[in-house]
Design a protein around this ligand. Structure first.
Ligand code: GAL
Length: 428
């Protein structure tokens, strides 16, 4: 009898360990991360001065207090010491070293993030972590890093090889777990992939997704030259249209960073498109990581990223990613997004990605995907006007049409059941 109890105990312990190994177990990312990343603004011309200035301006501008917490230095900082084999920052750009920089960022009440790659070199040709996962994870932990983005370039086996990509990212995941320091793990499957050809949505599903990282890219890079950036943002949005079941506390689908409308940033989109991106990223419970020069955001961009009503949608405690309620596959020009909220409300965004103005409609089939029963009268709040919508109430399932300009215009709303407008006739 005693023997069988012991055996049972051993089995339970083994099972517990088995479920721990092969899973990310850092307690982070209960809600989608928010912050700033250098890449879309300065590419690999990074320096500690840039990071210090960005950190200070995140505090002064009030963005930190709105929830933006990670300051992330992307590609371009690393060299590998030929003797110690450790990663070090390029000394001319980071003379104080990474630990001092992390501590400076922490002193601003922010968290410090950095970047590496699962291959032999990063996408911009700097040293990657392949073969050095344990050493690099220890180094990051010693530097007091809080967030690590690990990219997909120059990886033995290739960028789209499921077996080797899982093996290589798992090594870093386990090495980060082993440090004991909670480090948000951002799996960046985008590098070395083609924005118009490759499908990366399989990264959302086990054994990838939440088993591997706190966030995982589901599309190639958002951001391109020759004015093609909006096309890449739109592709990321379409890729994420039906991935909500894989996201939740601890792990998030990542459609990549936010593009500002600053024409001097390496990658940018129009002011209206950047507002659409921000709204839809919030409906998608996506990481809100601002790319672009945060130190001198235009008044427009600042108003975009400080829209508390949109941030609250992204950070809603129900933590349930939204989906496309209406979508004209295969084009994906006209989309209505919807997201359930913790207070019983529902967020909706109407988006026109087409080349022509269009009316986009939530019809009976669309209403059937919302939490509202037929006959419910809803109050409609416009999340950019910060007040009642032009159409301030609507009765389900009346068709609801929004007229939108072309190329990425949108309108976003929060709907709440208006109980005070219930009449006895509605209740029978
Ligand atoms: C890309 C990655 C970008 C950025 C860049 C750095 O592949 O998706 O977000 O990190 O590499 O070289």
């Amino acid at each position: 009898m005693l023997m069988s109890f012991n055996r049972l105990g051993v089995i339970v312990v083994v099972l517990l360990f088995a479920s721990e190994a092969g899973a990310l177990n850092n307690g982070l990312g209960r809600l989608p991360p928010m912050g700033y990343n250098t890449w879309n603004g300065v590419q690999d011309a990074v320096s500690e001065d840039i990071i210090r200035h960005r950190a200070v301006s995140m505090v002064k501008s009030g963005l930190r207090d709105l929830g933006y917490e990670y300051v992330i230095v992307d590609d371009g900082w690393a060299i590998r010491n030929a003797t110690t084999r450790r990663l070090e920052p390029n000394a001319s750009a980071f003379p104080s070293g990474m630990k001092a920089l992390a501590q400076f960022v922490h002193a601003q009440g922010l968290k410090f993030g950095t970047y590496t790659d699962r291959g032999t070199k990063t996408c911009a040709g700097h040293p990657g972590s392949y073969g050095y996962e344990r050493l690099d994870a220890q180094t990051f932990a010693e530097w007091e890093v809080d967030y690590l983005k690990e990219d997909n370039c120059n990886a033995p086996g290739g960028p789209l090889n499921k077996k080797t990509s899982l093996e290589q990212w798992s090594l870093m995941r386990d090495a980060l777990n082993a440090t004991g320091r909670p480090i948000f793990f951002s799996v960046c499957a985008g590098g070395d992939t083609h924005p118009f050809i490759n499908d990366l949505t399989w990264y959302a599903e086990p054994p990838f997704g939440a088993a591997l990282g706190n966030s995982w890219r589901i599309s190639a890079d958002v951001g391109a030259v020759l004015g093609l950036s909006w096309v890449t943002a739109r592709n990321a949005m379409l890729a994420n249209a039906n991935l909500s079941r894989w996201a939740g506390p601890g792990g998030w689908n990542d459609p990549d960073m936010l593009l500002t409308s600053n024409p001097n940033a390496w990658y940018h989109i129009t002011p209206e498109q950047s507002r659409t991106q921000f709204s839809v990223w919030a409906l998608m419970a996506a990481p809100l990581i601002i790319g672009g020069p945060i130190a001198n955001l235009s008044a427009w961009d600042f108003e975009t990223y400080s829209n508390k009503e949109i941030i609250d949608i992204d950070q809603d405690p129900l933590a349930q990613q939204g989906s496309a309620l209406v979508i004209d596959y295969p084009l994906g020009n006209h989309i209505v997004w919807g997201r359930h909220l913790a207070d019983g409300g529902f967020a909706m965004a109407f988006v026109n990605c087409g080349l022509l103005d269009a009316s986009i409609t939530c019809d009976a089939g669309c209403w059937a995907k919302t939490p509202f029963a037929t006959g419910t009268v809803l109050s409609v709040r416009d999340l950019w006007k910060h007040g009642p919508a032009t159409n301030p109430t609507i009765r389900v399932p009346e068709p609801w049409s929004i007229r939108l300009g072309a190329h990425g215009s949108s309108q976003s709303f929060k709907l709440v059941a208006n109980h005070s407008s219930f009449t006895p006739s509605l209740l029978v």
